[in-house]
Design a protein around this ligand. Sequence first.
Ligand code: URA
Length: 207
Amino acid sequence: PKFGPAFELETADAKGLDDLKLQAETCTRCDLYKNATQLVFGEGPRTADIVLVGEQPGDREDLAGKPFVGPAGRLLDQCLEEAGVDRSRCYVTNAVKHFKFEPRGKRRMHSKPNAGEIQRCAWWLGAELEILQPKLVVALGATALYSLLGPKVKVTAERGRVLQPANHPPVLVTIHPSYLLRIRDEEDANVNRANFVKDLTNATAFQ
Ligand code: URA
C-alpha cells in the first residue's frame, strides 16, 4: 500500500495476464465488486495485435464471466466479420470490469459507470495494455475513450479516426455496438451499422 498501484503494476507485469486477472478478482478500488456476480476480465491471445475495449460487462457477461457474449457481443462479432477483422485474434476487454446495474423487479438494468469508477478501473486496462503492447486499441464508445484518453477526446468529433497519442498505442475511435441496438428506426439503424462496420475496417491495417 505504501507504493500504490504503480508498484503493484511492476509485479503484475512480470507475471503476465493470468496473474493480473487473479489480482483483479480481489479488487476493491471502487464499490462495483459488491453487487456484481464476478469480475469480467479481458480475454484473447497474449499475441493479439488489436485490443477491443468496451464499456462494462452486461447482464450476460456478468453471469458468464466473459466479455461481449450477449446481444451487443453478437452484433460486434457480425460487424467485425463484415469489416474483415478476426475477433479470435483480438484481445477483448472493457473499461470497467464489474457489471453496474439497478434492480428492476427480477431484471438487472444496465447503469452507466461514473467518472470515478472508470478512473479507478483504468488502472487495470492500463496494466493489460502494458503487457499486451498492441499495435491498435479500438475504443468502442465514450466510456472506453474516456478511460483511454481522458475527458477531452470525444467520440462524435473523432469517430472513424485512428488517433496517435504520445506514449500510447494508436486508438481507433468508434461507437459502442449497444448504441445500434437502441435505435428504433430501421433505416437509421442500418445507416449507423454500416458506418460502424466502415470504422472497424480501419483496424484491418493493424492485424
Ligand atoms: N457491453 C460492453 O461494453 N461490454 C461487454 O462485455 C458487453 C456489453
